[in-house]
Design a protein around this ligand. Structure first.
Ligand code: GLA
Length: 325
């Protein structure tokens, strides 16, 4: 019997470290957070899927519907309601969470098993790039789909292997702070960095920047871009080692080094982000860095036990991944 109501949850994510590496076949260390998006589908006998109230997100629904239809999924008539506690437009991947929750709810409504996480991540990433004009790697989608309570994920974007890493913080806190910068440059800046990576690859004669080990022969700014990717991949494994040995001070040092590299070599920072990082450091953070695509969004900081977080900071903890409720 067809159920009348399907509910799906998809969380947002933070990325502990490993930025602008996903589309370069590199390493990342994200986790799903406890905040997310819930899509409730009320099935009815009529035709078509509508989501009254989904004004800004309408293109995500159109894209998800188109992707599901081209995958041969037959959708029943449904009205969708979207709610959640994940702040939007602050770099916590609310659009990836929305796409994933929509896709899971619609697969559920169609009584069809969703594809495996990597394929579903690709489907949702296509929705964002083809329908919303934002090229993305698979970082946000995989983090939301594969998240586990209490753990981060070491993602190897070349093999798509996801290794859970226990996130024992020994009383320390991870928090995000919205920089407040308008994200108007975000899509164009991000797409420009991806294009620079492609140009660097051509000049180096490589298939993937994962294989790059020396950027010095490249013209500026491509040399700096590749330098970031090489050093950021190294920092991901250094962060895994720091977590495994409980060295939170070292994790802070790595967050600061990642920030410096994203600011100086990858050049994706803006003054508002620098101010948000400084506010975290002034509040006693052991490390703080720009997070996500850059040009605005939230910064991520690691605070020692007992620290008072700056105004507006949101404490983030690793939660379970996307699922039907
Ligand atoms: C955005 C993209 C991700 C990733 C990050 C940078 O969040 O959606 O795929 O590229 O930027 O690490």
């Amino acid at each position: 019997m067809t159920p009348h109501r399907i509910r799906a949850f998809a969380p947002g994510r933070v990325n502990l470290i490993g930025e602008h590496t996903d589309y370069n076949d590199g390493l990342c260390l994200p986790f799903a957070i406890e905040l997310g998006v819930i899509v409730t589908a009320e099935l009815h006998d009529g035709e078509g899927v509508t989501a009254p109230g989904l004004d800004d997100g309408a293109r995500f629904l159109e894209g998800t519907l188109a992707e599901l239809r081209s995958a041969g999924v037959e959708l029943p008539g449904a009205t969708l309601d979207i709610e959640g506690d994940l702040p939007q437009q602050v770099g916590l991947s609310s659009s990836a969470a929305l796409c994933i929750a929509l896709a899971l709810a619609l697969y559920g409504a169609a009584e069809t098993a969703p594809p495996r996480p990597v394929r579903l991540a690709r489907l949702c990433s296509r929705v964002e790039s083809k329908w919303a004009g934002q090229d993305t790697g698979l970082l946000d989608q995989l983090a939301s789909l594969l998240g586990e309570k209490g753990r981060a994920l070491r993602l190897d974007m070349r093999t798509l292997e996801a290794r859970p890493i226990d996130l024992h913080l020994h009383g320390h806190l991870l928090a995000t702070l919205d920089s407040g910068a308008s994200r108007s440059l975000a899509a164009s800046g991000y797409n420009e960095r991806r294009e620079e990576s492609r140009r660097a690859l051509e000049l180096l004669g490589l298939e993937s920047l994962r294989d790059a080990d020396d950027a010095s022969g490249l013209p500026a700014p491509l040399d700096a871009r590749v330098r970031h990717v090489i050093s950021e991949n190294e920092r991901v494994d250094a962060a895994v080692a720091a977590l495994e040995s409980g060295d939170l001070g070292e994790l802070g040092v790595l967050l600061n080094a990642s920030h410096a590299s994203l600011r100086d070599d990858y050049e994706v920072s803006v003054p508002e982000v620098e101010r948000a990082v400084a506010a975290c450091i002034d509040a006693g953070a052991l490390g703080a860095r720009i997070m996500g695509g850059g040009f605005g969004g939230s910064v991520l900081a690691l605070f020692p036990p007992g620290a008072t977080l700056p105004d507006g900071a949101i404490c983030v903890r690793p939660g379970a991944g996307a699922r039907l409720l």
